[in-house]
Design a protein around this ligand. Structure first.
Ligand SMILES: NC(=O)C1=CN([C@@H]2O[C@H](COP(=O)(O)OP(=O)(O)OC[C@H]3O[C@@H](n4cnc5c(N)ncnc54)[C@H](OP(=O)(O)O)[C@@H]3O)[C@@H](O)[C@H]2O)C=CC1
Ligand SMILES: O=C(O)C1=N[C@H](C(=O)O)C[C@H](O)C1
Length: 268
């Protein structure tokens, strides 16, 4: 039996890509498509909305009314909506794959608590390339140790609402962990005015927003006389969508717990 998927944020940039990704696989089927209350797309066919053939799934404003139809929820919405959806999945015993970025510490804690009862996959980036890059970053950080300065540069489209990106933060976390540093203590999110010389322990984040950039991340390891740059460039959203749907197919057979895309890919 194919895994029945419910997509929250179905009409968004990622939601539409996710509908394509579900349509392309035989082991999953679209069972529900959820959008915000008041959306003009409520009642439209999800397949047609995503420029595919009709899928006989109408866009609905209530995940609660559709939850019995789905095995796994995929959520790419906004933090407050994500938390509501996790609460419902917890109550109904359904797994959830979360792509939404910009969650605060309290919201992340909510996921940790919910994952004691349901399986949750939570990642700031579902592309295979980014998750492979995280391994390369660990390797580079361990080899360089404290001999280099490290900054993360990220660029995204003009509509992105959170900064730094979830991916940039995951990259910073991976590097900090490999170096035995606490990102909360060493992250530097802005430089302006008379900053003084750079503290080598810090990990800097630089953000660019504009145009239609899908996602571009570079981590700089800057030493004296040499520099390594590890870069990932996304040229379309299907990388993220295919990864998230793969995670949804994977989570169907998991026990309760908090997983990320490296678990899905066997990279841990
Ligand atoms: N982890 C990953 O691999 C990736 C993560 N992302 C993240 O996914 C999220 C969504 O990105 P993107 O698709 O570009 O954003 P969009 O704004 O295009 O899509 C979000 C969708 O969710 C809808 N939405 C918001 N609140 C609710 C709600 N309460 N109930 C139902 N639907 C709701 C929005 O509706 P409305 O427009 O009316 O607000 C919109 O249709 C972001 O946090 C982004 O950073 C993006 C790409 C990859
Ligand atoms: O909002 C986006 O578009 C993206 N968000 C994710 C992030 O915050 O890292 C992943 C990807 O880079 C696109």
């Amino acid at each position: 039996m194919p895994t029945r998927i419910g997509i929250c944020g179905a009409a968004g940039r990622m939601g539409r890509a996710l509908i394509h990704a579900v349509d392309a696989r035989e082991d999953v089927v679209l069972a529900a498509a959820i959008e915000r209350v008041g959306s003009t797309l409520i009642g439209a066919d999800a397949g047609e909305m995503a420029a595919l053939s009709p899928m006989n799934v109408k866009i609905n404003a209530s995940l609660a009314s559709q939850i019995d139809l789905v095995d796994v929820v995929i959520d790419f919405t906004a933090p407050a909506a994500t938390i509501d959806n996790v609460a419902l999945c917890r109550q109904e015993g359904k797994g959830i794959v979360i792509g939404t970025t910009g969650l605060n510490d309290q919201q992340k804690q909510f996921l940790i608590e919910a994952s004691q009862e349901i399986p949750i996959v939570y990642s700031g980036n579902y592309s295979v390339g980014v998750n492979v890059s995280l391994k390369l970053l660990e390797l580079a950080a361990k080899a360089f140790g404290d001999t280099v300065d490290i900054d993360v540069l990220e660029a995204h489209h003009r509509y992105k609402v959170d900064a730094p990106s979830g991916t940039a933060l995951m990259m910073g976390e991976a590097v900090a962990k490999a170096l035995g540093r606490d990102l909360k203590e060493v992250a530097c999110y802005a430089r302006e005015g008379h900053t003084g010389p750079r503290d080598r322990q810090t990990i800097g984040f630089q953000t660019i927003r504009g145009g239609d950039i899908v996602g571009d991340h570079t981590v700089y390891f800057m030493g004296d006389g040499e520099r390594v740059e590890i870069r990932h460039v996304a040229t379309n959203r299907m990388n993220f969508a295919n990864g998230a749907v793969r995670a949804a197919a994977w989570i169907g057979t998991r026990r309760a717990g908090l997983y990320d895309m490296r678990d899905v890919l066997g990279l841990k």
